[in-house]
Design a protein around this ligand. Structure first.
Ligand SMILES: [Zn+2]
Length: 493
């Protein structure tokens, strides 16, 4: 059988080989040779690689497909150890496996559950599948193995696996973004909004070998600088000018990859040099209000880069919307409680606050002072200098009041040129000294106005708030009659 295979493999002259064996049974031999020829052609034409290996592990037969697959001519393979086709790292374990198979020769596939590789003549490896079949030439046990190159199938599987993973990542991403969006819509202040973005952002754009730092900046009210609001990963700058960021300048995403020879877009100077950077602008009503900035040291693939940008853009859009809503809510709230001209609280807000303060005084037993303030000769001032100047005088006094009092004091424009300050935890003597220094401060201003002030105290000047106010009003009237530009404490009854 060994010889026969050699003859078949020689392929050169099967007929001549057959003729050499011609003897008495020439008719039978001729038929046998014809079957052999048909068999040989079948083996050669098989779409899989076929190889026969003897007990010693020597290659006894290969077909054309196997030659093509491994890049050898059969003359280079016949008689050689089959391990020539096995990648070097698997070679030591191959002979024991052959021996094990020889002890239990059944038709089966090789290396079930494992990835198998062949090595070509040029040293390159490729994934294969191997089917093992016991064979015998009557004297010797051999193995007939069929080999299939599964490179393209593996590549497809790999591609499919990658797509699946991408899809999975995308779904997780969408879930997180939608949850973040919902939370952001219900954030009550900016700090809360940045906390939400930070906690979700850390999961959506986690710091990896590719991403080193993610930061969120928003513009200051004056618009002259961008300030750091939150970040994760390595340190980032606290503040920069709008012109330092190309994304802000152009109102579009700006990606720069540092490479040696390619023409480069200009970098944003607020990001450390080296690697790559991506800035995505946040905008509201067509105005840039901040950026989401990413940077890293490596070279992200196109797919990674697109992924980062997709998430950063979604974050920027959601945060911009949230900030916009918060600003709107704040200005509405401010409209409801503040006097538009002076920016001080309005009378309604003061009344609500006083109710709360009075119940606190009732619980704690402390004192609360009220200060009624009126601009002297304001009608005359208005007639002389005009409405515009009168408004400016009111604005000026508003500023004086805001600077003069503590944060806990409630300063309000009571109506016209009349102002009221409520001072919690403050006795009237203390209030008087504040009022006197206020009178001085106001009179020193360039606007040229003075104020008169009347002071009363709760609960000593009345057990109801309107009684206290009447008392302060009376004191104010007395201050006016005593020559104005002064403060007076109402006399307790
Ligand atoms: Zn930038």
């Amino acid at each position: 059988m060994k010889n026969l295979w050699k003859e078949i493999d020689a392929e050169r002259a099967p007929q001549a080989a057959a003729e050499a064996d011609l003897g008495e049974n020439s008719v039978e031999s001729g038929e046998a040779n014809r079957s052999l020829e048909i068999y040989r052609q079948g083996v050669e034409a098989a779409p899989t690689g076929l190889i026969m290996v003897n007990r010693e592990g020597e290659i006894a037969m290969v077909n054309r497909q196997l030659e093509n697959m491994f890049g050898y001519d059969r003359s280079e393979l016949l008689g050689k150890s089959v391990e020539i086709l096995v990648p070097e790292r698997y070679r030591p374990e191959h002979p024991p496996m052959r021996k094990a198979y020889a002890r239990n020769p059944v038709s089966r596939s090789m290396g079930q559950g494992r990835d198998l590789y062949g090595v070509r003549r040029d040293g390159t490896e490729f994934p294969i599948e191997i089917g093992l079949n016991p064979a015998s030439d009557g004297e010797d046990q051999t193995v007939l193995a069929s080999i299939v190159d599964v490179s393209s199938r593996k590549a497809q599987e790999g591609e499919l696996q990658k797509r699946l993973e991408e899809l999975q990542r995308y779904r997780t991403e969408m879930g997180l973004l939608s949850e973040m969006s919902s939370l952001l819509q219900h954030a009550v202040d900016h700090t809360e909004a940045y906390q939400i973005v930070s906690s979700f952002g850390k999961r959506l754009l986690s710091v990896t070998t590719e991403i080193n730092a993610v930061a969120v900046y928003t513009a200051r009210a004056s618009g002259d600088a961008l300030e750091h609001r939150t970040h994760w990963g390595s340190e980032v700058v606290d503040r920069f000018r709008p012109e330092d960021c190309w994304a802000l300048r152009r109102s579009q995403s700006h990606y720069v990859q540092e490479t040696e020879n390619s023409p480069m877009l200009p970098r944003c100077s607020h990001v450390e040099v080296g690697g790559w950077q991506l800035c995505v602008p946040m905008s509201a009503h067509g105005q840039s209000i901040g950026i989401v900035s990413l940077s890293g040291k490596g070279t992200p693939s196109k797919v990674e880069r697109v992924g980062f940008e997709r998430v950063a853009r979604a974050m920027a859009d959601q945060l911009a919307l949230a900030i916009n809503n918060l600003n709107l809510r704040e200005s509405l709230r401010s409209l409801a409680i503040r006097d538009p001209l002076t920016g001080l609280f309005n009378r309604r807000h003061m009344e609500e606050s006083v109710t709360r303060e009075i119940s606190r005084v009732n619980r704690s037993g402390s004192k609360l002072s009220a200060m009624m303030i009126d601009i002297d000769h304001f009608k005359h001032y208005n007639d002389t200098h005009g409405h515009q100047a009168a408004d400016e005088a009111l604005i000026y006094l508003g500023k004086c009041l805001q600077e003069h009092f503590r944060e806990m004091d409630i300063v309000c424009r009571y109506g016209g040129e009349e102002f009221l300050v409520v001072l919690p935890d403050c006795k009237k003597e203390e209030a008087l000294s504040h009022a006197e220094s206020l009178c001085q401060a106001v009179s020193k201003g360039a606007v040229g106005i003075t104020v008169s002030i009347g002071i009363a105290e709760y609960p000593s000047d009345g057990h109801a708030w309107d009684m206290v106010l009447r008392h302060a009003d009376t004191a104010l009237y007395q201050a006016k009659t005593k020559g104005r530009n002064r403060a007076l404490v109402g006399e307790s009854r």
